[in-house]
Design a protein around this ligand. Structure first.
Ligand code: SF4
Ligand code: SF4
Length: 433
């Protein structure tokens, strides 16, 4: 870790993160996303390379250290993307990420498949890309391909993963948690389903999913928490203040596949929390259990997380339409410019708990305490007394992250180091509130 990467903590800030939606064009048809190709009601826009470069330069000048290119489907614009990745790393941004819905992996039976994917892997390997994700929605290949509207991609992904590994790129799987995670099960749509049964089915779903992606050859896996357009009751019972989420980004929907009641969300987060340790020795699992602990408390005990989201403080989102800077993908407010993360005035304390956008939620939970250690040590001590379990989990997560080389996609997994974190899956517990 470089010194400039930790200097924001001395100011009570986190290393800046910028998510750039390069385009809203997509060839996928996912029910959980408003950018699906069958949705004719949204404008299809692209930021443009020059505007993106200006934003990147700005972010680099202001001390941002993480940058994600998202879409739509980023690889529809591969030439632009490669140029922009080079531009960002050349400007000094170390953690540059992008990913794909996997459309390029269709047609794996064609004779040119291997050459095509080798060419793609070689192009990405020539950049300094830190994370390359491939989205998979279900442990059942047919279900995944039906949801994405991309037939044949799973077989292609299975053939592509070793090609990437041979080029020194270890792609991660991105799961958007949904009701078909473990395969299609109509019981998960039953409103009167017993909570214990719901919980059991989701534990099974996550176990199946992790086993499945491991069998495809993946070594890194992440889970995006469900993002529904629907408003939900706030922990304070102040729904008007919390409100629904705006469709700034568009990567959300009101489809039942992704819409869950608060009780269901609590059970899902608990199931994921329980299942992760059983697979930590086999794959690098990004999802931090300290963050899940906070989400379980939010939905099962109406408790606010100790570390609110840093969206609009240290993390920002740029939409593809007009290139406006937003606090995140779900709040309509805009900023004229990015703040200076290293030297800027002390920001107002973050206080937003409205959603679980994983890209912002997890790093806020994990790095928030470090910033607080320098800015408000007594406040940190109070939180330590209030929720010691959170800090125990955080320390374990950090040790695990180190054994995973902080999910650097250019490093092979260190299975010996990771094995220390493997645990047996605990038995189902009574999850009734
Ligand atoms: S989730 Fe990704 S692949 Fe699916 S419609 Fe949205 S942008 Fe496209
Ligand atoms: S919790 Fe974060 S991502 Fe969600 S609405 Fe608030 S600032 Fe945005």
């Amino acid at each position: 870790m470089r010194f400039q990467e930790i200097t924001p903590f001395f100011k009570g800030r986190l290393p800046g993160q910028l998510v750039i939606q390069y385009a809203s064009h997509c060839n996928g048809d996912c029910p959980q996303c408003g950018m699906r190709r069958s949705n004719s009601s949204i404008p299809r826009t692209r930021l443009g390379k020059e505007q993106a470069k200006r934003l990147i330069d700005d972010a680099a000048r202001h001390g941002f250290q993480a940058l994600s290119f998202t879409g739509g489907e980023p690889l529809l614009f591969l030439d632009d993307l490669v140029e922009l990745i080079d531009h960002a790393t050349g400007a000094g941004i170390r953690y540059v990420r992008t990913g794909t819905n996997g459309f390029l992996f269709a047609g794996s039976e064609r004779p040119d498949f291997e050459a095509r994917i080798t060419g793609l892997a070689a192009r990405l390997a020539a950049t300094k890309l830190y994370t390359f994700w491939i989205s998979i929605d279900s442990a059942d290949p047919e279900e995944h391909e039906r949801m994405r509207g991309l037939p044949g991609v799973i077989r292609g992904i299975e053939k592509a993963v070793p090609i990437f590994h041979a080029h020194g790129i270890y792609p991660s799987v991105n799961l958007g948690i949904n009701r078909h995670t473990g395969g299609r099960n109509p019981r998960l749509y039953e409103p009167a389903l017993d909570p214990q049964e719901f919980s059991h089915l989701f534990r099974q779903a996550f176990s199946r999913f992790y086993s499945f992606v491991h069998s495809l050859g993946f070594t890194i896996v992440n889970a995006c928490y469900p993002m529904s357009d629907e408003p939900f009751p706030s922990p304070e019972g102040n729904d008007a203040a919390q409100g629904g989420l705006a469709k700034v980004y568009g990567a959300s929907s009101d489809d039942l596949v992704i819409r869950f009641t608060p009780e269901e969300k609590g059970l899902i987060f608990q199931a994921l929390f329980d299942v992760i340790p059983a697979f930590r020795g086999a794959m690098r699992i990004f999802s931090p259990r300290c963050s899940l602990h906070s989400l379980i408390k939010k939905y099962r005990e109406n408790g606010l997380s100790l570390y609110p989201c840093r969206g609009g403080h240290d993390f920002f989102f740029v939409e593809a339409g007009q290139g406006k800077i937003h606090p995140c993908g779900y709040l309509p407010d805009t900023f004229a410019a990015l703040p200076d993360i290293r030297l800027g005035a002390k920001p107002a304390p973050p206080d937003c708990h409205r959603c679980e956008w994983e890209c912002f939620r997890d790093p806020s939970e994990m790095m928030g305490p470090l910033a607080e250690f320098f800015s408000h040590p007594f406040r940190l001590a109070g939180k330590l007394r209030r929720d010691p379990a959170f800090f125990r989990l955080l320390l374990e997560d950090l040790r695990y992250y180190r054994s995973c080389d902080f999910f650097d996609c250019r490093q092979p997994p260190n299975l010996t180091a990771m094995a220390r974190f493997a645990r047996l899956l605990p038995p189902d517990r009574d999850l009734r509130p």
